[in-house]
Design a protein around this ligand. Sequence first.
Ligand SMILES: [Zn+2]
Ligand SMILES: [Zn+2]
Length: 257
Amino acid sequence: VKLSDIFPWGRAKPARPEPTIEELLARLARQRRTAWLPRTADGPTGLAGSKFGGLPLLASGEPWPACGNCRRPMQLFLQLNGEELPAELELPLPGRVVQLFYCTSQKPCCEADCEAWDGRGVSMRLRLIDARTPPQPLTASPVANAFPEKRIEGWEPVDDFPNAEDAEGAGETLDEIEQEMLSNAGYPREKDKLAGWPSWVQSVNYPACPECERAMRPLFQVDSHDNLPYMFGDAGVLHLFLCPQHPERLGMNWDCA
Ligand SMILES: [Zn+2]
Ligand SMILES: [Zn+2]
């Protein structure tokens, strides 16, 4: 009789065999989502078109959205026209345009003063505007050092998978080796993308919809220095969120290391 048969807790645990990345992704099939990468080009599109930077759709006579801290006009960071988003996503945005304005003033540092990473301060504005709004015929931006317009010409669908914390929330536990494999394979995807799984820098942080209190869904991810010439803190990542039941209630936050 071997001692280890009497005291089985003394035996080394059999190591869980390491899966291949294909096996791991197959196991996560239920958590797979499609993310859509924007295909961008330098230069302007129509005022209601999807874009990073440049000129927004504003109603006639409406002032350019100004920062509530420094009072200066804010940069247009992102504009998404609901008609130009992939139909497969079934987003509740037809006839609507999503706009994110954000103050990039350093003196004062509005982002820090207003804790813009929370998505609630007055140095940013996230809103929906009716796509049929007769546009204000803008030809130049009043923003100092306005970001040049980068139009979004289309979307490329790609597979996306959650990080360990999101996977856990979706009912799948990943051990450390599996987490590392997934991250080495590039999941969740970094860079700018529509939908998919957020590439959180820190913890999972879905805002609750103020109407129904349910966690909002990822709408768009803006990474530092991808399409926008801007860095959120130390290489941070900004996330926009949407409640499918209350699309007029958009959410936003960003995090960094
Ligand atoms: Zn400001
Ligand atoms: Zn809601």
